[in-house]
Structure formats: C-alpha cells, structure tokens
Design a protein around this ligand. Structure first.
Ligand SMILES: [Zn+2]
Length: 269
C-alpha cells in the first residue's frame, strides 16, 4: 500500500529533515503526538515491543485524524515495575519518565509546537502521566505561552472499548483482559505479523479488568495474578479486527484531544 506508506512516513518527525520540519510548522502542523509505551513482557506469544509499536501505530492514526499534527518519536520504555518478574522487561521510575516527558515537551514547545498530545500505550504509564500533566503544562508555558499539553488517560475506558469491539466482531469480548489478550494480539497481527507467535497463544487470567485488580497488580506485580503474563486470552486473534481496534481507539483518543484542547470551540487543534 504505497499511498498509506507515503502518508505514514511523512507524519513522522524523525523521518523529516530540519527544513521539512520548519516548513511543516510554518504551514500549520503545530500539534505533536507522542506515544509513551513500554518494553515489557507480553506473554509467550508476543514480543516485548508491543506497547511501543502499538503506541506508534496509534499516534500515527491520531496525527492523521487531527490533520495538523506530526508524530514525535515514541518513548519506548515506561513504568513497568509490575512486569519485572518476567525476563527482559525494562522499567523506569515515574520520576525518570516525567523527566523524559518534560524534556520532550520543552523541546517541542521551543520549536513552536502549540499542542502536545501524550498517548500512554501501556497500562503502567496512565496514572503517572495523568499525574504529571499539570507540571508539564507549567513547564512548557515558561518557554512557549501558547503551548498546551494533554494526555488520554482513561485506561479502563479503553479496555472496555476493546471488549465491545471484540464482542461485536468476533463474539469473544470475554477474551479481552487488558494485557497480551485477543485485542493486543490482533493489533500486532495487523501491524507486525512476523513478530506474533500465533502457535504459542494460550489463555491467561480470565475476568474483567477492574480498579481492584489494577491496584492489586501494581502493588504485588503481575506474576501474583497470572503465571504466563497474560490477562485475558489471545486465542482467536484476527488481523482485520486488530485494524478496527486501532482505528476505533484512535478515533476516541482524537475526539478526547479535540474536546480537551478546545472547551470553548475556539482552539486550533
Ligand atoms: Zn500491552
């Protein structure tokens, strides 16, 4: 799909040269979308890059939807302490993540970006990012008074949305558990099928992801609730459903940024 690929590349900040970025900014592309992912275990069937790669796929779709946006490089490590019981996971503290996000936002604001949209694409980043947004906002205002920083941080809302889509498309909504499940596996099957070990897919801990389970996972680690690192069940994964999940999620996130950035309907985003 050449057209898709052309469009895809042209939205990535780090695929452009500096004169191209300058031109993009002066012609109104003043929104930057940044996914904040992770490098962490995703069961025996998915690679550690899931949250980073799905974050990039989501950020690209949100930037495309917004129309005036570029995609900044995805932050590929996040707060994954609760996954450290599984080999390979790399975790940074909330303080380190905030320092990186602050410096990212400051750099973008200094170049003239006026809207910075953060998309946590890993569960462990939602709370730290929600918490840091007011401080990031204060920091960017020091260098660019016109700059707005926002984030999409409704984790349970997102998992609920996945459940709806998977139920509607495949009748298997109960396999959405929130981690390395049928939703994430389907999305990976759509964007990077060569990295999905379909034959290793197996059920993990079943049941809905609610606040109580989320709290337990963050306190005791994921291993306390699932031995294979899966919440839900990836079996039945489907690439077309993966594409639909990405598009639906991107639409909800785009709408949320539009609402947050223009409560009175007057902002540019
Ligand atoms: Zn994930």
């Amino acid at each position: 799909m050449a057209a898709d690929r052309d469009g895809y590349e042209s939205l990535f900040l780090d695929h452009l040269t500096w004169p191209e970025v300058e031109l993009a900014l002066t012609s109104g592309k003043t929104t930057a979308v940044v996914a904040v992912g992770a490098t962490e275990q995703h069961g025996p069937h998915l690679p550690l890059c899931v949250d980073a790669e799905l974050g990039t796929a989501l950020a690209w779709r949100v930037a495309r939807n917004l129309g005036d946006a570029l995609v900044a490089p995805t932050i590929r490590v996040g707060c994954s302490e609760h996954h450290m019981g599984f080999a390979g996971t790399i975790s940074v503290s909330p303080e380190t993540l905030e320092a990186v996000c602050r410096d990212y936002c400051l750099s973008l604001a200094r170049h003239g970006f006026t809207d910075i949209c953060l998309i946590p694409s890993h569960g462990g980043n939602f709370a730290p990012i929600r918490d840091m947004v007011p401080r990031l906002q204060a920091a960017v205002e020091e260098v660019n008074g016109a700059c707005w920083v926002g984030a999409y941080t409704d984790l349970l809302g997102l998992v609920g949305l996945w459940r709806l889509v998977v139920e509607e498309e495949l009748g298997m909504g109960d396999r959405v558990g929130g981690h390395a499940d049928i939703a994430e596996a389907s999305e990976m099957l759509h964007i990077l099928p060569e990295l999905v070990r379909v034959d290793r897919a197996e059920a993990g801990r079943m049941g809905e992801l609610d606040q109580e389970l989320v709290d337990r996972i963050f306190q005791k680690g994921l291993q306390a609730v699932t031995t294979n690192g899966i919440l839900g069940d990836p079996r039945g994964m489907d690439a077309a459903v993966g594409e639909k999940l990405l598009e639906t999620t991107a639409r909800i996130i785009t709408e949320s940024f539009r609402e947050d950035a223009e409560p009175d309907g007057s902002a540019a985003l």
